[in-house]
Design a protein around this ligand. Structure first.
Ligand code: PH2
Ligand code: MG
Ligand code: MG
Length: 208
């Protein structure tokens, strides 16, 4: 029997040569056996969020201005990989694009690929069976509730999504942010879709 492929959402971010590195990351994902790109959200050009423990007024503000803007977006995939294998694969792509991990988790990065949600779609029901992900065993990545540039792209990809564990509608989550989180890069996003989305997934909604 064939296992039904899992559905997963991946948060993408880059603020070192972001246009180049986001494009390369999507190419590497699309070329990975067991992964099919099924949706590419609008990408947003976002101001860097700084370390909350390091914020406030004063010289720090000048330092923050030195950090380049990010490109942020979300991907939907179908995969026959387990969540563990998928996490390993995302780490490998980060490494192959030159991601270094200094102590500071807010440091600029060539690419950041975060597994947001992973679940198996039920044949007869609307909500996938969401699985716990990775060592911290979250079912929904905390950035979905903290970052507009994650919640809004997720809403775009699946407006009816109900977030585990409590079924919070993504509509309500996205509506709780008062800004869209950045400047939408429509032409860039359309270019990614026409280059990387296989035919059956290029819907009108996806703007291809
Ligand atoms: N990721 C971070 C820190 N700051 N800022 C933006 N705009 N976008 C990100 O993806 C981002 C960030 C660490 O995860
Ligand atoms: Mg991140
Ligand atoms: Mg990350």
């Amino acid at each position: 029997v064939n296992n039904p492929p899992a559905l997963a959402y991946i948060g993408v971010g880059s603020n070192i040569r972001p246009d180049e590195n986001v494009t390369k990351a999507l190419g590497l994902l699309a070329d990975t056996p067991g992964i099919i790109l099924a949706g590419i959200s609008t990408f947003y050009r976002t101001a860097p969020l700084s370390d909350p423990n390091n914020s406030g007024s004063g010289p720090q503000d000048e330092l923050e201005d030195l950090d380049p803007d990010f490109l942020n977006g979300v991907l939907e995939i179908r995969t026959t990989l387990s969540s563990e294998a998928l996490l390993t694969c995302l780490e490998e792509i980060e490494r192959s694009l030159g991601r270094v991990r200094p102590g500071n988790r807010y440091a600029p990065r060539t690419i950041d690929l975060d597994l947001l949600l992973f679940g198996i779609e039920k044949e007869d029901g609307p909500n996938p069976d969401w699985e716990a992900i990775g060592p911290s065993a979250y079912v929904a990545h905390s950035d979905i509730g903290r970052r507009s540039f994650v919640a809004h792209p997720l809403l775009e990809l699946d407006p009816d999504l109900m977030l585990p564990p409590h079924g919070m509608p993504i509509r309500a989550m996205a509506a709780s942010f008062d800004t869209p989180g950045g400047k939408s890069e429509d032409a860039f996003s359309r270019g990614l879709r026409s280059r990387f989305l296989p035919e059956p997934y290029r819907t009108e909604l996806q703007g291809a």
